[in-house]
Design a protein around this ligand. Structure first.
Ligand code: MLT
Ligand code: ZN
Length: 462
């Protein structure tokens, strides 16, 4: 229950019809894409400006109300889950493209602008916003920044962090900050903008962002290869990255392909069945396509791959991409337990052998589905929930194995969350990727931005 004077003050600040308390709104705004926690916020506020966000934060401090910042809620680690009577502050109404500057190749947008809208805007102006993933149609820029979203083009274009030129934020204590002013070069001490990127709503609320845009890639080709075993994927990657500027190098297992083709009705890429598939994308101009085909022959001869197909049209390319991009949505129906781990690409050949053996031993009766951005050293290991097991029992069993996977990741100096963030789901494993000293410093930073601890309590670390 929120205090009555707090509700009255919020309604006065943003308008009574902008404070939602109907149970379907609470359910909708209280969860992300995780299926573990039950939503139970007390109310949802929809501010219409940075100033209204600021007023909400000041009131939350005054009345000691916990705030959960909310974007498109497509996250996979529970970072936007509100389960304890919090006030959700959703950025849906901050959805304007505020300013476009073709000379600086930058665009300033409200935090609630949907990723796809930004991508389309860039395209209409002959430019390109390269951060892309399956949930681009509903994820919001503010949420992408708060989680430093990655996606399918990181190998060439990097993560969200690499495209943020400036931020307007409201800190947990209600200060409005303009960070980096959209500048390309600005060496004036600590760059607080970068602290907010990936902060998972624990330092402040992102209200606006200035985003850099790129030259669009030209004439992309998609190549899907059937790969003979796990280590062969890395050998194929090495050959292709040495010869081409790839815009993507993704992989998925036969189990993922079976599920996705059954669920979507998409055709398999070719008749041969392989344990794994690699999806490569590159600009095919000049002699790039010939190089790719020559490498394919080499890979066939070396028995790294057993079959392959290259796109002949935009629609074929899009369909090949769907085989990879639709996996996450397809698996969602089995309430998967998700691991999102990374190591250096150079360590991947040894790492995958060990992690594969560990998983085979510890999940003998669960279906394990692999896919991910292997060109970035990032594996998504999804365990599907058997129908006869409760979500609680399933999560607990997978959590135990995750501790072992995390210990292995630590031994390889990798990350327990390559791109999905920590939220609630990965919090127990953070110690495997960050030292105690680092977590203590993070705690101190959090305290200086949010001294009363009102923002996203319980997320990232306690
Ligand atoms: C993906 O790579 O498809 C996304 O990170 C989502 C997921 O892992 O399920
Ligand atoms: Zn991913």
């Amino acid at each position: 229950m929120l205090p009555a004077p707090f509700i009255a003050a919020v309604e006065a600040a943003i308008g009574a019809n902008r404070l939602l308390t109907a149970s379907d709104d609470l359910v909708r705004y209280g969860v992300d894409r995780t299926t573990v926690w039950q939503p139970a916020p007390a109310a949802v506020a929809l501010p219409g400006s940075s100033d209204e966000v600021r007023q909400l934060v000041l009131l939350a401090n005054q009345y000691d109300v916990a705030v959960v910042p909310s974007g498109g809620r497509t996250g996979l680690s529970g970072g936007a889950v509100a389960k304890n009577g919090e006030l959700v502050v959703a950025m849906d109404r901050l959805n304007e493209v505020i300013e476009f500057n073709p000379i600086d190749r930058s665009v300033t947008v409200g935090a609630g602008v949907v990723t796809q809208v930004l991508q389309d805007f860039a395209e209409q102006h002959g430019l390109f916003y390269p951060v892309d993933f399956a949930s681009a149609g509903s994820s919001q820029i503010g949420g992408n920044i708060a989680t430093n979203a990655g996606g399918i083009k990181v190998i060439r274009y990097g993560m969200t962090r690499d495209w943020v030129l400036g931020l307007k934020v409201v800190t947990g204590s209600g200060e409005l900050l303009e960070l980096n002013r959209g500048l390309l070069k600005n060496n004036t001490g600590y760059d607080l903008r970068h602290l907010f990127i990936g902060s998972e709503g624990t330092l402040g609320l992102i209200c606006e962002a200035t985003i850099k845009l790129a030259r669009p890639p030209v004439d992309l080709a998609v190549l899907v290869l059937g790969v003979n075993d796990f280590p062969a994927i890395m050998a194929v990657l090495e050959k292709y990255t040495n010869a081409l500027d790839l815009t993507a190098f993704e992989f998925f297992s036969e189990a993922a392909l079976v599920r996705v083709t059954e669920h979507t009705g998409l055709a398999r890429p070719f008749e041969s069945v392989a344990p794994f598939y690699a999806l490569l994308e590159f600009e095919q101009g000049g002699d790039q396509l010939d190089t790719a085909m020559a490498l394919f022959e080499e890979c066939l001869e070396a028995e790294l791959v057993c079959d392959g197909v290259v796109s002949q049209s935009l629609s074929q390319a899009a369909n090949l991409w769907k085989l990879r991009e639709d996996i996450s949505e397809t698996l969602w129906h089995w309430k998967p337990y998700k691991n999102d781990i990374s190591v250096l690409v150079s360590k991947m050949p040894e790492f995958i052998v060990e992690v594969d053996a560990l998983v085979a031993e510890r999940y003998p009766s669960f279906e394990v589905v692999w896919y991910g951005h292997i060109g970035d050293g990032n594996l998504h290991l999804n365990i599907l929930k058997p129908d006869d097991l409760s979500i609680e029992a399933f999560t607990e069993q997978c959590g135990t194995v995750s501790s072992e996977v995390s210990a292995l990741v630590e031994r390889y100096q990798g990350s327990i969350s390559a791109e999905h963030g920590v939220g609630l789901l990965k919090k127990p494993y953070l110690k495997h990727s960050k030292s105690e000293q680092e977590i203590n410093l993070m705690r101190a930073i959090r305290h200086s931005f949010d001294p009363n601890g009102i923002l996203n309590p319980g997320k990232l670390f306690d």
